[in-house]
Design a protein around this ligand. Structure first.
Ligand code: HEM
Length: 90
């Protein structure tokens, strides 16, 4: 029961930059999102959005638009939880 979310480590996240044919993933508030489908729609532009790709974007996001409800907006893009290195095997 329940959706078996992926456990994503920072080093796995780091490969998902949205470049070289890879999808763009980011972590916000401990959740990992595949933001690839949103790149073309981000009001601040694709390149700005992609600054948070491949890493934890929580701080950057919060510095720019803390009022934006990313949990609601990106719920269908959520793919997993950010965990520490090694935790993905447990
Ligand atoms: C605007 C969503 C990440 C830069 C916006 C707006 C939304 C949004 C909904 C419109 C906000 C409003 O008008 O009040 C998101 C989501 C993000 C994300 C869901 C992450 C998944 C980022 C990042 C940056 C960024 C990482 C920059 C490093 C901007 C800028 C605007 C904007 C500059 C203002 C655009 C304008 O009004 O001209 N974003 N954003 N965003 N975003 Fe993001």
């Amino acid at each position: 029961a329940g959706t078996p979310y992926l456990k994503v480590t920072p080093s796995q996240l780091k490969t998902m930059t949205g470049r070289r044919g890879k999808d763009a993933w980011t972590a916000l508030g401990g959740r990992v999102y595949n933001i690839t489908p949103y790149v073309a729609f981000h009001p601040g532009g694709g390149p700005e959005l992609l600054r948070c790709a491949g890493r934890d974007g929580t701080r950057l996001f919060g510095e720019i638009h803390p009022w934006v409800n990313y949990e609601g907006m990106l719920s269908s893009c959520m793919i997993g939880m950010l965990v520490e290195e090694g935790e993905e095997k447990k």
